[in-house]
Design a protein around this ligand. Sequence first.
Ligand code: KIV
Length: 272
Amino acid sequence: MSTAGNDVKRVTTHTLQEMKADGVRIAMLTAYDYSLARLVDAAGIDVILVGDSASNVMAGHETTLPITLDQMIYHASAVVRGCARALIVVDLPFGTYQGNSKGALNSAIRIMKESGAHAVKLEGGREVLGSVERILTAGIPVMGHLGLTPQSIYKFGTYVVRAKEQEEADRLRADAKLLEEAGCFALVLEKIPATLAAEVAASVSIPVIGIGAGNGCDGQVLVLHDMLGINKEFNPRFLRRYADLHGTITDAVANYVRDVRTRDFPNANEQY
Ligand code: KIV
């Protein structure tokens, strides 16, 4: 199932639970293809999320809504082939789980069977609880996702910080409890006040992974292409860039074009 070595111990949902208990922070990143997943896995990431952000960063869509289940399975199976250690979680795409728990179970089963991934993630609280419970009946681990849930962008109308007001914060607290009680193994909290995220992380027994949710969570997740600096246009406050691949790749390609034009490439040592 993977090209990497067999002697590496796989991160499991149980490992994440232990990490929370031991106070060890969980590092999670997205990946969507074999080559980058392989690098990310070998560098020691704990969890790889095959996010529906593939719709944005891989396909160039404005939102996460257009990506299909078949496309998610394609990305996930490529990631699975590149990883030996990380727990691989796959987003259930928009329209494959909402309002229909039987459909949700079928979608989750297809992801598990056809990609070889280890868990699924879905967005929402009480409104998707039926789907969460039904998927769990098949023994498929489920990660929840509350706060800014990009599949609901047309309901929110904007990507601003969520749950700043008391009513929405209370609802989020209650939803986190419901997802924990239903049996989710972990929870993503996206773009909410740091104090609220820390409070939720302290109040539930499952690991809470933050993105734009401050330093009080049990772990952090970023979109790989954002943290590698491939995408220059996306500049939210919560994003820390660990590389400038935009500059590196642009320079490399420009140098290649120059060398081809000037016949510098290939030289005598680069031909047969
Ligand atoms: O799709 C995605 O990349 C995500 C993360 C932002 C958590 O859901």
